[in-house]
Design a protein around this ligand. Structure first.
Ligand code: PRP
Ligand code: URA
Length: 205
């Protein structure tokens, strides 16, 4: 299921990210802010549990998050979304999946996987700014399911209908969050209008 986030601040910052003249430093800072704003919306259905706390004045029954949250950035570009989210949810654990697209076939190649234990009891958020063919995100989701993950949210910044359709078809249980739904892919598999190569813009390569 696609959830397209339309908060004006998100749209404004995504416009900044798209501009050709946005330098690496500004790209990094803006992606970080976008991730934080998205986190606020992505977490709005998290389950809560009842707890009792002592304030300085009284004992009080209140609520706190019931489930562990695990972030899994897809390397490289997903790394640019981690800090913005951990500022809001300080307790979560972070796994990593390293993946790049073969330039000719556009198929994802996995070169690194390091995940925390106990994924089956966590809400797992896959982070990757770009949802193009959907090959990388879909493969990352499959890796997580193979490691036991049951509840997965895919948090991307820009996507195209083709990528959304692939995830919805292959992983109908996964919620997909986007800040921008673009028109299409070009002949090299890049999103149009998009923002270019997210990893290159983030790391200045
Ligand atoms: C980019 C992006 C996604 C993938 C999206 O990574 O960060 O992971 O492409 O494309 P897809 O939906 O068609 O799979 P890239 O392969 O450029 O690797 P990098 O981040 O290391 O540069
Ligand atoms: N990966 C990117 O970084 N950008 C695109 O437009 C498509 C895939």
């Amino acid at each position: 299921m696609l959830i397209l986030l339309k908060h004006p601040l998100l749209t404004h910052k995504l416009t900044q990210l798209r501009r050709r003249e946005t330098c690496t430093k500004d790209f990094r800072e803006t992606l970080d802010e976008i991730a934080g704003l998205m986190a606020y919306e992505v977490t709005n259905d998290l389950p809560l549990k009842t707890v009792t706390v002592d304030t300085p004045l009284a004992r009080f029954q209140t609520r706190e998050l019931a489930m562990d949250i695990v972030l899994v950035p897809v390397l490289r570009a997903g790394l640019g979304m981690v800090d913005g989210i951990t500022k809001l949810i300080p307790s979560e654990r972070v796994g990593h999946i390293g993946m790049y697209r073969d330039h000719k076939t556009l198929e994802p190649l996995t070169y690194y996987t390091k995940l925390p234990d106990n994924l089956q009891n966590a809400i797992v958020m896959v982070l990757d700014p770009m949802l193009a063919t959907g090959g990388s995100s879909g493969a990352a989701i499959q890796v997580l399911k193979d490691h036991g993950a049951k509840t997965i949210k895919l948090v991307c910044v820009v996507g195209v209908p083709e990528g959304v359709r692939k995830i919805e078809h292959d992983h109908p249980d996964v919620q997909i969050y986007l800040a921008g739904l673009d028109e299409r892919l070009n002949e090299n598999g890049y999103i149009l209008p998009g923002l270019g190569d997210a990893g290159d813009r983030l790391f200045g390569t």
